[in-house]
Design a protein around this ligand. Structure first.
Ligand code: HEM
Length: 480
């Protein structure tokens, strides 16, 4: 049997985000499928190794996975990585082949449900939200919310997106280093607050709503600190928060319940068009309204998932563009000429090279044959969007930032999946895309950014997201 083992790492650095544009990832070499299943049975694990893997997955996920995937490439069973995550889900497999991903994502939910109940978000958003529930409960929650997030509904939010973008650009200081994630976060938080609470202007919010906004921002700021990583590990697999996380979440919850009580007292949910009113008036199949806890869980997930992800996608876009002056020039020209195809390709390339959610997870309740590897039952499959997006066979020179690779191409949903897939695909994807088109387009047209030869920003893993370590620092030379 000839070996196709990829012995030497092709990135040439142990930090994947510093890989030169011309490098290959080494992932995507065809596997030798002639090996019997018995030869590729999951490895035995040293118990202590599980803890270091947990820490590595939280702190340097890209380095760990890209290294291991490149080493395994071409070996029998090398298309699936095996780990044991102590303090987390136990045995896990990491999957990054489009065919394997499709098999899992399209399997019946009874054998491959979402594993978000085990995600670091579970103790934060609670067990009743559309993200953390499964089965009938999830279907009902999704059906309730979907009409507010599909393409046509999103068009109604365009005014608030435009207004928030103008306000965000007006407050941006010229000539000073700025963390773009913070500028964009103000914009996306205004947009989601307006969608949830139906407020035409964020300045019209009540004191209770303003307090909630402040509490959420404080929570997000705290979650970038090193202590938050420790807290994340301490809360792994919990559905109720403990320690520092509990303290912070109690403060956030207090403000959310105050807003809820105020809206119940106002009693105007029937006449309002916002998501909070939708939740207040919703009835289950027995005609029962949602409890305060159920509404709280839903509001928290929509607020959190609904703005931070999008803000960091904006930040990554310009972190990449300011380090690629030629592409930046083309992107500015395209924006000034309303070249929507190029803008779309740019956004896709940004989310390909720096997916803000680098992993989604499914519980495999039955055995699955993934190529020549049999996995499960009772294994968590981590679908690595980051690895998928860096396969040499799908994306030649995967470390280069090259929007034109998406021009005139019909995208395969199992090859580019920044929003996940299947029945759990991101509910807010159309809203996120509308925001990205507007905000990225406006920055390209109206802001002249300084390009830089600074090294790429280190990706920071925060909860389920991968964000630019310094927030996407940029300097505006002028803003019109
Ligand atoms: C660039 C921005 C965003 C990215 C990259 C993103 C990514 C994702 C991903 C990867 C998932 C998991 C999908 C899966 O398991 O297959 C998800 C789920 C979800 N996202 Fe987003 N998201 C973004 C913006 C938004 C926005 C604006 C909202 C608006 C409220 C939102 C709400 C949700 C919700 C509710 C879910 C859970 C869906 C379910 O389990 O049925 N997201 N998102």
């Amino acid at each position: 049997m000839t070996s196709t083992i990829n012995a030497s790492p092709t990135i040439g650095t142990s930090h994947w985000y510093l890989a030169p544009p011309g490098a290959r990832s080494g992932i995507g070499a065809p596997a030798d499928t002639a090996a019997p299943v018995a030869l590729v049975a999951p490895k035995r694990f040293h118990p202590l190794r599980g803890y270091s893997t947990s820490v590595e997955l939280v702190t340097r996920q890209g380095d760990l996975l890209l290294r291991d995937a490149a080493r395994a490439a071409g070996r029998p069973g090398g298309g699936v990585l095996h780990y044991r995550v102590a303090g987390g889900p136990g045995p896990v497999v990491v999957v990054f082949d489009p065919a394997h991903i499709k098999t899992i994502m399209t399997a019946d939910e009874s054998i491959a449900p979402s594993a978000t109940r085990q995600s670091p978000l579970a103790p934060i958003v609670g067990s009743e939200s559309v993200l953390t529930s499964v089965g009938d409960r999830h279907r009902q929650q999704r059906a309730l919310l979907l009409p507010r997030f599909h393409g046509k509904a999103v068009a109604r939010y365009q005014d608030s997106i435009d207004r928030a973008t103008d306000a965000g650009l007006a407050a941006w200081p010229v000539g000073k280093p700025v963390a773009l994630a913070e500028v964009a976060q103000r914009i996306t938080l205004d947009v989601i607050m307006s969608a949830i609470f139906g407020l035409p202007d964020p300045h019209d919010t009540t004191a209770a709503e303003r307090d909630m906004r402040t509490a959420i921002l404080r929570f997000l700021r705290l979650s970038t600190t090193p202590i938050a990583t420790v807290s994340q590990l301490a809360n792994a697999r919990r559905t109720e928060p403990i320690g520092l996380l509990k303290l912070v979440m109690t403060a956030v919850d207090r403000t959310v319940y105050r807003v809820l009580a105020q809206r119940r007292t106002d009693g105007d949910a029937d006449t309002r068009d916002d998501i909070m009113s939708l939740l207040l008036t919703a009835r289950d199949t027995d005609g029962k309204p949602l409890s305060d806890t159920e509404i709280r869980d839903e509001l928290i997930i929509l607020l959190l998932a609904g703005h931070e992800t999008t803000a960091n996608a904006v930040a990554w876009t310009f972190e990449r563009l300011t380090r690629a002056p030629g592409v930046y020039r083309l992107a500015r020209r395209a924006a000034r000429h309303d070249d929507e195809d190029y803008l779309e390709a740019l956004i896709n390339e940004s989310m390909r090279s720096r997916p803000v959610v680098p992993i989604v997870a499914r519980e495999l309740k039955a055995p699955f044959d993934l190529g020549d590897t049999r996995v499960g039952p009772d294994v968590v499959a981590l679908i690595s969007i980051l690895l998928l997006h860096h396969r040499d066979d799908l994306y030649p020179q995967p470390f280069a930032f090259e929007p034109t690779r998406f021009l005139g191409v019909r995208i395969n949903p199992y090859e580019l999946m920044p929003f996940g897939g299947g029945i759990r695909r991101c509910l807010g994807a159309p809203l996120a895309m509308a925001e990205l088109r507007t905000v990225v387009g406006a920055i390209l047209r109206r802001v002249e950014l300084r390009t830089t030869s600074a090294p790429p920003e280190k990706p920071l893993h925060r909860n389920v997201t991968m964000i630019p370590g310094r927030g996407g620092i940029v300097v505006a030379d002028s803003i019109t």
